[in-house]
Design a protein around this ligand. Structure first.
Ligand SMILES: Cc1ncc(COP(=O)(O)O)c(C=O)c1O
Length: 397
């Protein structure tokens, strides 16, 4: 596929980046909201891990250094301190750790949105047995509305769980404004940033975020198995999660089953052995994002979104979400007339990876995708949506 540059600020060179991402040669990769492809940095990072495993067999000191370096890199990425970062294995686990640390508080209401990824909502619901009560912010007109938080956040609210970007269509919430609403009522704010980290700037201090979880699989060129939990320094002493493990202790190697103490830093939120191979690769992934820069990523992907929306409309596709490209991540979603998973398979046959989620197919280009690829993907989708095999299947609405 022709790789015409779409934007060239400060020497950003799409051609050289595409050469560093081998899968670009074979496929149109519109699945960056689900899994980013392998790149030279991440391959080299994986090889460094394999080399360490092969030569040293068990190089704990080296691995610990790698985890510390990763925390430092990720902390810088969100303007936090490394002591505020716990390394975990999934956003589900990060959410479970956090929510399990809040069950003994007096306030019981948790305000969350219908746009939360199910794992976040499910963990909150499962903690209903400890008295936590969910209060839902609705998805209206396919997005979330800031004013809808007002009647739900009150003096009984313990936590507001606000996804940064809606996983179905990329709609981006104004987190600083929601944090202000939560804090005005004495509540905490928790942000799932898995769909925004890497494509939307995040500054936990400027946004006044209390807790944030994300991983590197989506948008940030990592692999499954790694996630981060950020917790504001001042709040750390309040957090003693029931979902814990030996890595949360002051001295991990004390091996005292009767001593449940808490590490003074966010390490107290860690559980078991770190996912070391994923740690290496996550550092490589962060390097990719840092090298291009989140601002540049935003600048180069907005025209791609605009093109997908315009050409999708011209093809008669029904957009799901906002058409304001400044209010969304690079995800552009189109409602599927049949089973979206059948559509996903039919797209793959046309050489496009385009992930299904519920009622939609998401086209999610990254900085290395071209306008030509967007055109090809959206035309292929229009074609697929007319396929008799798809139309005979049941829509997942
Ligand atoms: C916004 C968001 N949060 C959480 C998850 C799930 O994270 P994990 O599988 O690490 O628990 C996903 C996607 O898989 C997601 O898009």
């Amino acid at each position: 596929m022709d790789a015409t540059p779409t934007y060239d600020p400060n020497g950003f060179n799409i051609h050289s980046w595409r050469r560093r991402i081998p899968a670009c040669e074979r496929l149109v990769l519109m699945n960056n909201c689900s899994q980013t492809p392998q790149c030279d940095h991440t391959r080299m990072a994986a090889e460094r891990y394999l080399e360490s495993w092969s030569r040293e067999v068990m190089d704990w000191d080296r691995w610990e250094e790698e985890v510390d370096a990763l925390k430092k890199d990720f902390a810088a990425f969100i303007n936090a301190s490394p002591d505020e970062i716990a390394t975990l294995t999934s956003v589900s686990e990060a959410t479970a750790v956090l929510v399990s640390a809040l069950t003994l508080k007096q306030r019981k209401r948790i305000v969350l949105t219908e746009a939360e990824f199910p794992c976040v909502a499910h963990i909150i619901l499962a903690h209903g047995r400890y008295g936590l009560e969910p209060a839902w912010v609705s998805v209206r007109d396919e997005i979330l509305h800031l004013e809808d938080y007002d009647r739900l956040i009150d003096e009984s609210t313990l936590l507001v769980s606000a996804t940064h970007a809606y996983y179905q269509n990329g709609y981006v919430q104004d987190i600083a404004a929601i944090a202000q609403k939560a804090h005005d009522k004495g509540a905490f704010i928790f942000v799932d940033a898995y769909q925004s980290a890497g494509v939307v700037p995040i500054d936990v201090k400027a946004m006044d975020i209390d807790f944030l979880a994300t991983g590197t699989l989506k948008w940030m060129f990592g692999v499954p198995g790694i996630a981060f939990l950020y917790a504001k320094k001042e709040l750390l002493p309040l957090l003693e999660p029931a979902h814990t493990g030996w890595f949360g202790r002051t001295d991990v190697f004390a091996f005292n089953p009767k001593l449940l103490d808490w590490h003074p830093t966010a390490k107290r939120l860690e559980t078991g052995t770190w996912p070391v191979p994923a740690v290496y690769i996550a550092r490589g992934g962060l390097q990719v994002v840092a090298e291009v820069g989140v601002d540049t990523i935003q600048a180069v992907t907005r025209p791609l979104s605009a093109r997908l929306i315009e050409r999708g409309r011209a093809n008669g596709l029904k957009l799901y979400g906002t058409d304001d490209v400044t209010q969304k991540t690079p995800i552009t979603s189109f409602l599927c007339p049949g089973d979206s998973h059948v559509a996903q398979d039919l797209m793959l046959k046309r050489g496009v990876i385009a992930p299904a989620r519920g009622p939609v197919i998401r086209l999610a280009p990254h900085f290395y995708n071209t306008l030509e690829e967007c055109d090809y993907a959206v035309d292929a989708l229009a074609d697929v949506y007319r396929e008799p095999e798809l139309l005979a299947s049941t829509p997942r609405h």
